[in-house]
Design a protein around this ligand. Structure first.
Ligand code: PLP
Length: 470
């Protein structure tokens, strides 16, 4: 991932560099003296888009403008040379950088870094899948074609992740993925690491089984081998869990989901701490991983986010905390109803007291700033709006139940403001086959339900009538 950078600095370029150093210093000062002191909701609403920015650069627009321009024009060749050598901040070409995606990146970096003492940065991506691919790729370089390399990952993960790891990496590139079947067993993680391991990867809570693991414990294990821990924290969102605060090095988000609860589009992000623990040759990647994959690797691969999408997502993120609170509470009510229903075999929801991972999840999943919320005035656990359950009697009744839903949407989707359900075995986890579904605990009668912001009584009524038809 080398940047061929042999540009000589001319006096004209130096002037541009000095000018942008001043602007960068002002920004750092603004972040440290203002933004870092705000509560989560204020960061979610404003991010780095300030009144000053609006008046100086954006005609006073109170909402971040959607910059649809493919590229930026320069005053002269000195400015162009400085920009393309990355000596000054630049919007040179929208595949590499764009003002709208810049605000998206800063909002996510700040929210994932909320409560974390160090610095964070973010690389926006076109989807959650490209976020995962962007995050793992730098660790998979080899010096020889036949160099054996591996990584260790939780078997309980999103179906698309399973496909990316097994087909694109294992089958097509002979990179071994070592699946951890019981992610709560630290000895199983440890037993899979050797001198050729490049990183540890975990999804939590996992989609759809609600798998969980002890982040701090796994991060310590990774670091004792000088390896990074990458966490897919899509289901929790930073409103409920911020893995960087617990030792993770890199977080990947399918911002498509609860972060863009409106359902307007596909997008992703890689957020990292500075520096990450990693056995990487390039110091730049260790020092500022997300920023440098954005400027180097992703410039060359091109999985960039569309600026219009960045604005749509920013708009959804502004109310993230209160939405996650409301939808988590609704889901809790629905989970309790399903748990007592005779036509339901098993309910997987981390908020249920009798769930085997309830205690562990309760250590990590907290509604951010509840202690500063006049409604609560103390820390409160919230477990998100994803749950799954098995319909009694097997696949046929599960299908009949599913087909009878009237208010709840049948779709391969989650994280919506509207309740959505799917049967993972015939949708998200269809490609991976029966055996892999068994390893990941995804039986054919499992229904994944993501409860939205409707009144829970209406969702419960819909579930009840459909269960009677099961
Ligand atoms: C949906 C999802 C992804 C993939 O994200 P896309 O935005 O659909 O590419 C990755 N991880 C998890 C946990 C997901 O739910």
């Amino acid at each position: 991932m080398e940047n061929q950078n042999d540009t000589a600095i001319t006096p004209g370029m130096q002037e541009y560099i000095n000018q942008s150093d001043r602007i960068r210093a002002e920004r750092t000062n603004y972040i440290n003296s203002e933004v870092k002191k705000w509560r989560f909701d204020t960061i979610a609403v404003h991010g780095l888009y300030s009144v000053q920015d609006a008046l100086n650069f954006h005609q006073g627009a109170i909402i971040e403008p959607a910059f649809l321009s493919s590229s930026q024009a320069y005053r002269d060749s000195d400015e162009m040379a400085a920009a393309l050598a990355y000596k000054i901040p630049t919007w040179c070409y929208s595949r590499i950088a764009n003002p709208s995606t810049y605000y998206y990146e800063w909002t996510l970096a700040l929210l994932e870094g909320y409560g974390f003492s160090g610095e964070t940065s973010c690389c926006s991506t076109s989807s959650g899948m490209s976020a995962i691919f962007s995050a793992v790729t730098p660790f998979l370089t080899v010096k020889r074609r036949d160099e054996p390399i591996n990584f260790v990952a939780t078997a309980q993960c999103y179906g698309g992740t399973f496909q990316q790891f097994t087909v694109r990496l294992m089958k097509e590139r002979q990179i071994e993925c070592r699946w951890v079947v019981d992610a709560t067993d630290i000895d199983e993680w440890a037993s899979k690491i050797d001198g050729n391991t490049r990183f540890l990867y975990g999804e939590l809570p996992s989609n759809p089984q609600l798998g969980f693991f002890d982040i701090a414990q796994v991060a310590d294990l990774a670091h004792s081998h000088e390896l990074p821990l990458i966490v897919d924290s899509t289901i929790a969102t930073p409103a409920l869990l911020r893995p960087l605060c617990h030792g993770a090095d890199i977080v990947v988000q399918s911002a498509t989901k609860s972060l863009t609860s409106s359902g307007f589009g596909i997008c992703g992000a890689v957020i990292s701490r500075k520096p990450i623990t990693a056995n990487l040759e390039e110091a730049a990647l260790r020092d500022d991983f997300a920023f440098n994959i954005k400027l180097l690797q992703n410039r060359d691969l091109g999985p960039n986010l569309h600026p219009m999408q960045a604005i749509l997502t920013l708009n959804d993120i502004r109310t993230l905390r209160s939405k996650m609170d409301l939808m988590s509470r609704n889901t809790m009510q629905v989970a309790k109803f399903l748990q007592d229903h005779p036509k339901v075999e098993r309910v997987e929801y981390l908020g249920l007291k009798n769930h085997k991972l309830h205690e562990l999840a309760s250590k990590y999943m907290w509604l951010v700033d509840a202690e500063h919320d006049e409604l609560y005035q103390k820390p409160v656990n919230r477990y998100g709006h994803l749950m799954s359950f098995c319909v009694a009697g097997g696949i046929e009744p599960a299908r009949r139940f599913f087909d009878s839903l009237q208010r709840i949407w049948r779709a391969t989707d989650l994280g919506r403001i509207k309740s959505v359900a799917t049967i993972p075995a015939i949708s998200t986890h269809q490609q991976q086959g029966e055996e892999a579904r068994k390893m990941a605990h995804v039986p054919g009668n499992m229904v994944r339900l993501c409860v939205g912001a409707e009144h829970p009584d209406d969702i419960i009524a819909d579930l009840d009538q459909a269960l009677h038809k099961a």
